[in-house]
Design a protein. Structure first.
Length: 375
């Protein structure tokens, strides 16, 4: 029997920060920093903080606003990071809570009960602790029997987890898998860095993967067959975070800039775009499809210019907003969740027999794609 995606869920935080709000706070921070360090800057011992601009951000990235799990603290120039209180061991963790919200929405669309699910994968760029796995906490919170695990592949965590779910259903390891992406990126964003303070937002997404037969028994409405999966990774230091459990014994400042997300954005752009375009056309060719056959492109949402370049390379023309939906303007880059948000918001209008291409690309480098066909 074929393997299908029978439901997807999207949980959007209630708080958002516009470019204008973010830039205003950053520029006040930079002004204050430069004033405080004036003498050292004059002696060339400290580099002055350059100013940010909302126009630059929109033009360079396509981002107008981003959602944040907690807004308090991000725009406070004495803090420049969200203020997320630590929860007690007997409370649900932040990420498990986000995950449960998205999972319940995916279950609803798939017309499934937690008792129908027997595996849970929590896949995202970071988990807030190493153990017990967030996935097992989510499994417990939803009352699911079976097994659960976390997996991290940065930008490609969601697609790589869908690949694992596809294999688990095909192999009979599980009957129905919940793949959940609680992308809580804001704690790792360096809001004091002009080049990256605008890039990320928080969100949670989820999908139900099962066999076509089992989807038919519960009557899910919007079902997509996974025709196949394709993945590739190539090591690169151009997108990196050095924060980890060993930081404590390295005797280093756990808040130093290299312990947060940082990148060589230009190099990433130049190197990843051709890799992604080649990867996608090779994947489509496996099914004797060309880019013209693809009705919908749910691409990774890191940068509008990247998506435009990749789809142009593939199609030889600019795709319409309906063909290749962009959610970057309101969600920003949500690590691995971007392509899943695009799918969630733009799949219910598709017709039986339509093809869709879901693809992530980013840190690692990693690229993960799925060719989908609406049933
Ligand atoms: N305001 C004003 N000017 C700015 C700003 C700003 N905010 N930022 C940079 N500038 C300046 C630069 O300093 C530069 O000045 P100069 O020419 O004097 O040196 C000028 O503007 C142009 O800068 P860039 O060349 O860097 O500008 P680009 O047009 O390349 O745009 C981008 C920068 C937007 C970063 C772009 O390069 C990009 O998006 N590249 C691709 C990046 C990408 O896809 N990264 C993947 C992200 S990783 C991921 O998806 C998941 C990782 C794991 C999650 C992490 C969660 C925290």
């Amino acid at each position: 029997s074929s393997v299908v995606i029978s439901g997807s869920g999207l949980w959007t935080p209630t708080h958002s920060i516009s470019n204008e709000e973010l830039v205003d706070a950053y520029n006040r921070y930079a002004e204050n920093f430069n004033r405080t360090n004036q003498a050292a800057i004059d002696n060339q011992e400290v580099v002055a903080k350059p100013f940010s601009s909302a126009e630059f951000i929109q033009k360079a990235s396509g981002i107008k606003s981003r959602y944040v799990y907690v807004k308090d603290g991000v725009l406070d120039i004495e803090r420049m990071r969200p203020n997320i209180p630590e929860r007690a061991d007997d409370e649900i963790s932040d990420q498990a809570e986000m995950a449960v919200f998205a999972a319940n929405k995916a279950l609803l669309e798939a017309n499934k009960q937690p008792s129908d699910i027997d595996a849970v994968i929590v896949a995202c760029a970071y988990t807030q602790r190493s153990y017990p796995a967030i996935a097992i906490e989510v499994q417990g919170a939803l009352g699911i029997e079976g097994f659960a695990f976390d997996m991290l592949v940065a930008c490609s965590a969601a697609t790589f987890a869908l690949h694992r779910a596809y294999e688990m259903i095909a192999a009979g390891t599980a009957k129905a898998v919940l793949v959940i992406n609680p992308e809580l990126t804001s704690p790792q964003v360096n809001y004091c860095d002009r080049d990256s303070h605008f890039i990320f937002g928080d969100v949670a997404t989820a999908m139900v993967v099962e066999s076509a037969e089992s989807a038919a028994t519960t009557g899910a409405e919007h079902v997509f067959e996974i025709l196949s999966t394709k993945a590739v990774t190539t090591y690169s230091n151009n997108i990196r975070s050095n924060f980890g459990y060993v930081s404590r014994v390295n005797d280093v400042d756990p808040f130093a800039a290299d312990k947060l997300f940082h990148q060589e954005g230009r190099k990433v752009f130049k190197e990843v775009c051709p890799m992604a375009a080649t990867h996608i056309s090779e994947h489509l060719a496996r099914h004797h499809l060309t880019p013209e056959h693809v009705n919908r492109w749910w691409l990774h949402q890191a940068n509008i210019n990247m998506n435009t370049l990749i789809t142009r390379k593939l199609l030889g023309r600019q795709p319409s907003a309906q063909e290749a939906p962009i959610v970057l303007d309101s969600y920003a880059n949500t690590a691995s969740a971007g392509s899943i948000i695009a799918f969630n918001l733009h799949h219910q209008d598709m017709h039986s027999g339509d093809y869709g291409l879901l693809c992530s690309f980013g840190a690692g480098y990693s690229i993960g794609s799925l060719v989908l066909k609406k049933i």
